[in-house]
Design a protein around this ligand. Structure first.
Ligand SMILES: [Zn+2]
Length: 178
């Protein structure tokens, strides 16, 4: 790695402490959720990862590290953010992850939509089969659907009307993350 691309380590303040000065965060495991400051919303879409020291908003796509957060919050450039954070100005490569994060969010939303479609399709098919039940054998064949129907309706309800946090949980539990 050349000197040009080598990332120069600077001591950054804890992202959780900094963001908590501006919004209320609710802990859920290693993640923290709060209302995004960069777009208007009623349910929390902003997630702070204390381990990775990053934040990301699943609503508007804002994301980055603690420096990015301060840059966006105060509308200052990189140096300005370092100053506000009390970090002495050092050459530093701005977060190259931003584009990647945007793509990840796009992917996240697509996967959730695909999952929702799949669940809808399953419900539709199951309901169609229900109407065709004539014999006990038919009933046996459709038994697995009866067992899952309520749960699928619950998942769909969360996906369509739930909070971003609930959607994210389904995303994690649904095996949608490889
Ligand atoms: Zn946002």
């Amino acid at each position: 790695m050349s000197n040009m691309t080598k990332r120069i380590a600077i001591h950054k303040p804890d992202i959780l402490e900094v963001i908590q000065q501006h919004i209320e965060l609710k802990q859920n495991g290693v993640r923290y959720w709060g209302l995004c400051l960069f777009h208007s919303e009623k349910t929390p879409s902003m997630m702070v990862d204390a381990q990775k020291q990053t934040f990301i908003c699943f609503g508007c796509g804002a994301g980055g590290d603690v420096v990015t957060f301060i840059q966006k919050l105060h509308g200052v450039d990189f140096r300005g953010a370092l100053k506000l954070l009390g970090i002495s100005g050092q050459p530093y490569r701005p977060n190259p992850e931003l584009q990647k994060q945007k793509e990840l969010i796009k992917d996240y939303r697509q996967r959730l939509r695909a999952y929702e479609d799949k669940l809808c399709e399953y419900l539709r098919t199951g309901n169609d089969c229900k109407r065709l039940v004539r014999t006990e054998e038919d009933l046996d064949a459709i038994a697995p659907f009866f067992h899952q129907e309520a749960h699928i309706e619950y998942l769909l309800d969360c996906l369509q009307f739930g909070t971003e946090e609930e959607r994210f949980e389904i995303y994690m539990q649904g095996g949608l993350i490889e």
